[in-house]
Design a protein around this ligand. Structure first.
Ligand code: HEC
Ligand code: HEC
Ligand code: HEC
Ligand code: HEC
Ligand code: HEC
Length: 438
């Protein structure tokens, strides 16, 4: 190559590299892989008699307790939730979002005939004559979880139900369709894909040796479902993750029985399934999570007290926070969820002398490539300590610790231009210790 050719070669190569990165910065993000499990809506061509529609109100005619609970849940708002709507519009109203937030074909205005692209983000659509706008507003409604191939799926299979029933072995299979999303793609390097709740459970499971049942997960309605065993904490230092991982680090889900989603999120209750029916072991339909402070508090154990080496001239305190109640990380779900731990030194007049805040969240680089940078959330049973040293004991009157849970990150709200009517953060722990005057 002579000098001129070489210069041309370098300029072309440089333009190609710049072009590549520009594309990486402006292309649609498409953060997860559209898997076969949810690439299309759920087929409802057969509505089993005696049902006429698939609306929750129709199930409510017989199963009113279930309906009353479901109505209070985030599942029933998976479409109407204003935050979801704002986010969905910001993400160019992608069709694929509907396959989890309103997955029944009758909940969607369009039918999916096929896809224009290999990644299945660009579906070929046609108007859907069976579209039911009322059903759409029910989000993750009864039939989403319970209707498959014209039958109602349930764990009993031997009831006198007026509708056809199909028995399923493991109720956790129902959750997995939507609560696991993979990121296995050449340009994504997630250890836990978004909504990676399942992968998180798998990753921490192998760090536990003993697997005795505690009763919490070994309950047995419908004479099955009881195979899930809760893993007890192992004494000694927590080990690193040893779970089998896929090419980009994500973990796949062959064994749903031990996930325990239903056992923790749908506690057992003895009640009839229909008014006047025989009382049975059934499950609450409440699915509490980040929107419920009591649920989050139940997942956490927090202690704030004097450190073992605390002394009168150099006082030290330690906050210890442990995820004791969630099999996945805490927080889990969308990467925006996070916790903060704030430690403060207070002066004689209650003024803040010093304050430090630690954030427990996952930090992801989205562009040019999707990379899990670091993750400071709490894996199960691995205590985390935060230390507060006081050098100026004379002027310090008290120490204070506050742990706060956030449903969303402030930056994200600004970016999508969303203002919430509801509070999006709340305290889950607060303690003030007054120092005795020397
Ligand atoms: C006309 C009344 C009626 C309607 C409407 C109805 N069900 Fe049922 N369902 C029953 C009865 C009765 C049983 C059996 C109760 C028993 O034996 O304890 C039952 C049982 C069930 C079971 C348990 C099945 C098993 O074997 O585990 C599920 C799940 C269920 N219904 C879901 C639904 C859903 C979802 C809808 C709405 C799409 C619905 N039902 C509508 C009356 C009804
Ligand atoms: C059809 C998809 C789908 C299925 C199946 C499903 N979920 Fe969900 N789930 C969602 C969506 C979507 C949301 C979030 C809705 C929102 O906030 O807009 C959600 C939210 C939740 C939450 C969070 C509540 C909160 O306070 O933020 C919990 C807990 C949960 N689901 C548990 C379960 C369990 C347990 C199962 C299995 C029995 C299950 N889900 C099955 C789609 C699904
Ligand atoms: C997010 C998924 C989901 C939704 C939505 C849902 N259910 Fe269920 N439902 C389940 C699971 C999982 C079970 C099985 C629990 C078990 O192991 O006993 C179940 C069980 C039942 C049962 C059998 C009794 C029991 O508790 O086992 C009835 C009846 C029932 N559901 C009715 C309804 C009705 C009515 C609605 C709507 C108002 C509804 N479900 C919405 C997941 C769901
Ligand atoms: C040992 C009990 C336990 C098990 C098992 C468990 N969870 Fe949870 N889960 C919790 C607790 C406690 C919280 C509240 C704290 C938090 O947000 O992490 C929670 C929160 C959640 C949330 C709320 C996240 C949000 O964004 O608000 C979702 C979604 C969820 N769990 C899904 C699941 C799914 C899906 C499974 C099964 C794959 C599962 N959980 C298994 C205890 C459990
Ligand atoms: C594979 C199923 C699935 C798909 C596809 C999906 N979601 Fe979700 N989404 C969920 C589940 C499950 C949750 C609740 C668990 C959690 O907190 O992460 C959720 C939660 C959310 C939330 C949080 C709501 C809240 O309560 O704070 C938003 C916003 C959201 N999804 C937007 C979208 C958008 C926009 C798309 C399309 C680009 C999309 N989702 C596609 C399953 C899905």
């Amino acid at each position: 190559m002579n000098i001129k050719n070489r210069t041309v070669f370098f300029i072309v190569a440089l333009i190609a590299v710049i072009g590549f990165f520009v594309w990486r910065f402006i292309r649609p993000m498409n953060i997860y892989v559209v898997s076969e499990a949810f690439e299309r809506p759920i087929d409802t061509s057969i509505i089993p008699a005696p049902l006429r529609t698939l609306r929750a109100t129709e199930c409510a005619a017989c199963h009113s307790d279930f309906y009353d609970e479901w109505r209070t849940t985030i599942h029933s708002q998976a479409w109407t939730d204003p935050y979801f709507q704002a986010d969905w519009k910001f993400e160019d109203k992608q069709q694929t979002c509907k396959n989890c937030h309103i997955p029944l074909d009758r909940q969607q205005e369009y039918k999916v005939l096929g896809f224009r692209d290999e990644e299945k983000w660009d579906p070929i659509l046609a108007p859907n004559p069976a579209f039911d706008p009322k059903l759409q507003h029910e989000g993750v409604t009864c039939a989403v979880c319970h209707l498959r191939e014209g039958k109602i799926i349930g764990v009993y299979g031997n009831t006198q139900a007026p509708h056809p029933v199909k028995k399923i072995d493991d109720p956790n299979q129902i959750c997995v369709r939507c609560h696991v999303v993979e990121g296995n793609r050449w340009d994504t390097f997630f250890r836990f894909p978004p909504c990676g709740t399942v992968a998180e459970i798998k990753a921490t499971r192998n760090t536990r040796a003993s697997k005795q049942g505690t009763g919490l997960l070994s309950d047995t309605p419908g004479n099955n479902a009881g195979t899930a065993a809760i893993e007890k904490p192992q004494s000694g230092a927590p080990s690193m993750n040893k779970a089998p991982t896929g090419a980009s680090g994500e973990i796949t889900v062959p064994d749903t029985k031990r996930l325990g989603c239903v056992q923790c999120h749908m506690p057992l209750i003895k009640r009839p399934l229909v008014a006047g029916g025989k009382p049975r072991l059934a499950r609450r339909h409440l699915w509490r999570g980040g929107h419920d402070p009591e649920m989050v508090k139940r997942g956490l154990e927090v202690n704030f007290k004097a450190a073992p080496d605390d002394s009168s001239d150099k006082r030290s305190f330690i906050l210890t926070i442990t995820n004791v109640g969630a099999a996945h990380y805490l927080p889990t779900g969308t990467p925006d969820r996070h916790l903060t731990v704030t430690l403060r030194l207070l002066g004689k007049g209650g003024n803040i002398l010093k304050e430090e805040t630690h954030t427990l969240k996952r930090t992801i680089m989205w562009r040019p490539f999707i990379v899990d940078l670091w993750d400071t959330r709490l894996p199960r049973w691995q205590p985390r300590n935060y230390r507060l040293d006081i050098s100026d004991v004379q002027n310090t009157a008290a120490v204070e610790a506050v742990v706060r849970y956030y449903l969303v990150a402030e930056e994200r709200l600004k970016r999508i231009g969303y203002k919430s009517e509801e509070p999006l953060a709340y305290d889950v722990f607060q303690k003030r210790i007054t120092l005795k005057a020397n």
